[in-house]
Design a binder for this molecule. Structure first.
Ligand SMILES: Cc1cc2nc3c(=O)[nH]c(=O)nc-3n(C[C@H](O)[C@H](O)[C@H](O)COP(=O)(O)OP(=O)(O)OC[C@H]3O[C@@H](n4cnc5c(N)ncnc54)[C@H](O)[C@@H]3O)c2cc1C
Length: 541
């Protein structure tokens, strides 16, 4: 073990830094190869090395120095700008230059979306907040493509790899980012309650007036916004700066004081006759924005998977170096049981998230729609529990800010809330069953590829099929069925592609009855040491 005499004396592990976040994640490397991005492995490894260096420290700085609102300039004029620490800009620059925002939509080489997904997970391990504008920009492109003119105006700057902060007209920017502002005080899940009004203008645009209660990354160059037009709830594209260089009627009231995600700004905003262009038909706002939401749901799954991976990396690394009662923690049977149990969920989420990115790559919309929704639900629900347990694996130091676990823990509930809170995501399952039966067939077909590989999975699929066919008390049962669907998909991927020890332990505990409520309750015959060794990152010599 490469610890110095001093560190050995203090019985403290060396800090987990200056290593390749990609190559040291076997589950991720395997998934990237399998899902069609083997040719891009070097790109992922280079980015993994980059993220395992300075960005780890930049992530700390960006969170310890959160953004501040600058509502007015020194002459008392409204400017509605947000001031970020330089570390935030460096991290966002890293993401944009790596093409983690919208670049894959203009990259026609194989594996663009899969490589982007893997690298998004690597950056999110260094700092999760910048994922918000990167993700919204990624997701906006397929929605904007409904309209040729808006695509011509926005897409060139959205897919460009130049990070260009600062508010200027879109035509003058080589690189731009976009956000999404739906939620109002009246309702976030039920956006039909939106009260923001959209009045048609003579120039073909609309004037938007109202309040938005949550608007993250308000420094973005444009926003997809929902508002009530004469024919009903409609989607709009709203630029921060108008073509003539004047600021649009977009005013920031205050920034939210959030539990986590502190590097990123989330604002309450007021729209006053803000000029916007319609995207999609009047009255079809929800149908239009859903294209964006499905892609941000993918990034919620990727982001939560990344949090779990960072937590597992820290916990397994710590256990290899910390001694208690005369043995390394990694040699203590009960601690190994806990660690291996954590690794199972991390590996299952990694495989699933990268498989979902492959579905974007392949244009496999039927599979993507439902599989993304149920996986986002299940992965994001697992994350806070896993991160909390990983924190405990590090002992008292895990509860201390410098260990990074507190930041991961504060971040961990967010992806479940975003893009459809847990219940709303789970309920979407029934929407798919009723309106997109082909997405249920596609999900069952993918799960069925493992048929005969594990009897517990086969039995669970039979249960899932009968749950899906049961019309009674659908709303009440939505979480149970969404969870079962997601676990069946994860198990199917593991049975087909993971080491036997991983797949067997997962099926025994997540589908069978061998596990307990807390982590560390794996049955006796599991090869915990092999599982933990697969997931433990090694520091470079
Ligand atoms: C940090 C942060 C950043 C955000 N950034 C943005 C942003 O950039 N843009 C944006 O538009 N929004 C943003 N949001 C808002 C977020 O999308 C909403 O908070 C979320 O959609 C939930 O809406 P709500 O807060 O109105 O809660 P509600 O809709 O009131 O939901 C409250 C609870 O009720 C449950 N619920 C709702 N309907 C049902 C139902 N039919 N059946 C069963 N249960 C139900 C929900 O699951 C939830 O648990 C952000 C939120 C946070 C925390």
């Amino acid at each position: 073990m490469a610890t110095s005499a001093f560190l050995r004396a203090a019985n403290q592990p060396p800090p987990l830094e200056r290593y390749d976040l990609f190559s040291q994640d076997r589950a991720l490397v395997d998934a990237v190869r399998r899902e069609g991005a083997a040719e891009r492995e070097d790109e992922c490894a280079a980015f993994g090395r980059a993220c395992g260096g300075e960005p780890l420290e930049l992530g700390r700085l960006a969170n310890e120095h959160p953004p501040r609102l600058r509502a007015f300039d020194r002459f008392g004029e409204r400017i509605d700008e947000v001031e970020f620490h330089p570390a935030w800009h460096e991290l966002l620059r890293l993401g944009v230059e790596a093409g983690l925002h919208a670049a894959p939509w203009s990259d026609h080489a194989d594996g663009a979306h899969v490589s982007r997904a893997a690298r998004f997970m690597l950056l999110a391990q260094a700092e999760a907040g910048v994922g918000c504008p990167l993700s919204m920009t990624y997701a906006a492109v397929p929605a904007l493509r409904l309209d040729d003119e808006l695509t011509a105006t926005w897409e060139p700057s959205l897919v460009g790899r130049t990070y260009e902060p600062g508010l200027r007209p879109i035509a003058e920017k080589a690189g731009a980012l976009v956000g999404m502002s739906l939620t109002e005080r009246e309702g976030g899940s039920d956006v039909r309650r939106n009260e923001t009004r959209a009045e048609p203008l003579a120039d073909g645009g609309y004037a938007l007036t109202g309040e938005k209660w949550f608007c993250s990354a308000p420094m973005c160059d444009g926003f997809l916004v929902l508002a009530q037009a004469p024919a009903g709830l409609t989607c709009f594209v709203l630029p921060r700066v108008l073509a003539d260089g004047t600021r649009n009627g977009f005013h920031i009231r205050r920034l939210k004081d959030k539990l986590g995600n502190r590097s990123n700004a989330s604002a309450e905003i007021e729209l006053r006759d803000a000029w916007a262009e319609r995207l999609g038909e009047e009255g079809r706002g929800i149908a239009t924005i859903i294209e964006m939401v499905v892609h941000t749901r993918l990034d919620c799954a990727l982001g939560s998977t990344a949090l779990m991976r960072r937590a597992v990396a820290e916990a397994t690394h710590h256990a290899a170096h910390r001694v208690a009662f005369g043995r390394a923690l990694a040699e203590q049977p009960l601690h190994l049981n806990v660690l291996a149990d954590l690794c199972l969920d991390s590996e299952a989420a990694t495989m699933t998230a990268i498989r979902l990115a492959r579905a974007v790559e392949d244009g496999d919309d039927a599979f993507r729609r439902l599989a993304t929704t149920v996986s986002k639900y299940a992965i994001c629900k697992t994350t806070p529990v896993l991160v909390g347990e990983a924190l405990e694996c590090i002992g008292g130091n895990g509860y201390v800010e410098e260990s990074v676990l507190p930041r991961l823990f504060r971040e961990s509930p967010l992806n479940s809330l975003w893009e459809g809170a847990g219940n709303v995501n789970a309920l979407d399952l029934w929407r798919a069953v009723t309106r997109e039966p082909e997405s249920v067939e596609a999900l069952l077909a993918e799960i069925g590829l493992a048929q005969g590989g594990d009897a517990r999975l086969d039995a669970a699929v039979t249960r899932l099929e009968s749950e899906l066919a049961d019309d009674a008390d659908r709303e009440y049962r939505a979480r149970r069925v969404a969870e079962l669907a997601a676990i069946c998909l994860q198990a199917s991927l593991l049975v087909r592609h993971a080491p036997h020890a991983v797949a067997d332990a997962y099926c025994a505990t997540r589908l069978g009855t061998a596990g307990g409520k807390a982590y560390g309750t794996l049955p006796r015959d599991v090869d915990c040491a092999a599982i933990v060794e697969r997931h433990r990152p090694r520091l470079e010599e």
